[in-house]
Design a protein around this ligand. Sequence first.
Ligand code: CUA
Length: 194
Amino acid sequence: MHSAIVSPKGVWWKPAGKQEKLWVTIAFVWCMILFAMMPFWHFKGGQNPSGMRSRVDPKDFAARAQRFVEDYKVGDENGIPVVAPPAGSDLYLVARMWAWSPILKLKKGATYTLHLSALDVNHGFSLYPININFQVVPGYDYALTVTPNDVGEYKIICNEFCGIGHHLMVGKAIVEEGESTASAAAEVSEVNNE
Ligand code: CUA
């Protein structure tokens, strides 16, 4: 008969063998090493983002992004504006159901400040095919110092479920071969004069 009082047949309640104790010890020590690695990499690793977070009203963020688009717009793609801001400028990337706006055209080797925020619900910034991920939260402006180090066309994928159109929320960033800052700025003012 089996009950909570009468132990079932088996060997599991016998003291652990020497080898078992050894492996449990090794596993425990390894757990502690990995646990210590977390704070260690936080201070020592080069992978920490350069983020500065500040509060922002979604309406204000939308207005800043609108001005950014008006200043540096160079085209349109399926209704989403394409902007080519000069090196050193502030970039505004707006996340909302269910699109990223605008499309960013950047120069390799140039440094920018990328501002991320959402207008409605939480979204997730995921740069594809590179594994870079950030939360995009309404009410907060998350600013990152970015320097593209490779040319190409990158997709910006939403990785936070944000409703029925979540899977359609794909944006774009284009990185082109860098020139000197002066000629890049000249190119932009030329475009603005058109
Ligand atoms: Cu935005 Cu999912």
